[in-house]
Design a binder for this molecule. Sequence first.
Ligand code: NI
Length: 396
Amino acid sequence: MPILNRIAEFHADMTAWRHDLHAHPELALQEKRTSAVVQAMLTEFGVDEVVTGLARTGVVGVIRGRGAHSGPGGRAIGLRADMDALPIEEATGLPYASKHPGVMHACGHDGHTTMLLGAARYLAETRNFDGTVYVIFQPAEENLAGGEIMVKEGLFERFPMQQVFGMHNWPTVQAGTFTWREGPVMAAVANIEITITGKGSHGAHPDHGIDPIVVSAQIVSAFQSIVARSVDPTESGVVTIGHINGGHTYNVIPETVEMKGTARWFQPAVGDKLEAGVRRLATGIAASFGATAEVVFDRAYPPTVNDAAATQMAVGAARTVAGDARVVPMKNPTMGGEDFAFMLNAKQGAYIMLGGGRGADDHMVHHPAYDFNDEILPVGASYWATLAEQLLPREG
Ligand code: NI
């Protein structure tokens, strides 16, 4: 595949950067070391400006091209990577495994940061484009919406750009193959919290209490009917309860049970149906047993929706790098969530997937044995650089 030659030359460097980031993972909004490493490297590469402070640990590198469109008010695009890790105990056994107990780069954001650094090095060195490239390193993609914070703190006002692009590695797609989709690509996410309050009692005397564990069981069962019975069958939705906590021992009926879960959807009307169903069933079932349910349905991330024109720009660059056969449409969007959604709500852009799959033994992202595939570092970096050169072409 025609990876840019200059980028192929620093594949070994990129691998070393990635392993260093992997060994030092940091949780959302705590990416101090990662942010410092990114700043130091961008400075070393000779980018025009390194701007810090957005969303606490966020970094924006400014790289100006050559030509009439490269000044203030000219053409500009944003390329975005995420920097945060997950609260997972790493189980890869790799020599560069996490040195931070309970924290792990299990989603490949170490690779995302590295690919964008590789592109920044190339773009700062070659300047074979006419316009401005903003390389955006955002914190807190996982749960804490660092992308939303950057947008709220003025990312697109301080760095005016026409489009913004994102990319994620994907272990179930063959290494080096890009997949893309116009329209919805990742789902909207809500976090559900339910507290059921009954009345505690002796386990041998249930008639003296109201058992919140029995109530919680009815609620979990009833939730299975929300998508099946109230969502348009041609639409997609998920309601999952992932955590139940109540009681301590054999013979005591507890006073309360706490439940946590997630809801996912694409269409706003489906999100409304899921929320209404969760609230109605939890409170109604609790009330029918003489208990109460307090329900939080916190809409965390909107759906990630790709602009059609920007998607074709991304596809064009991907085809240049990987060849037509390795750039394939995604059949379906995924029900995973992604906070690049906030950037796409504010700015034209697109988010594509880069396969990292090696074979049948691959682990999915968020698995304790997952590791980003270093083979694709030059592919991703070449994609970023090619996208910049194609969207901001030099004349002549
Ligand atoms: Ni991720």
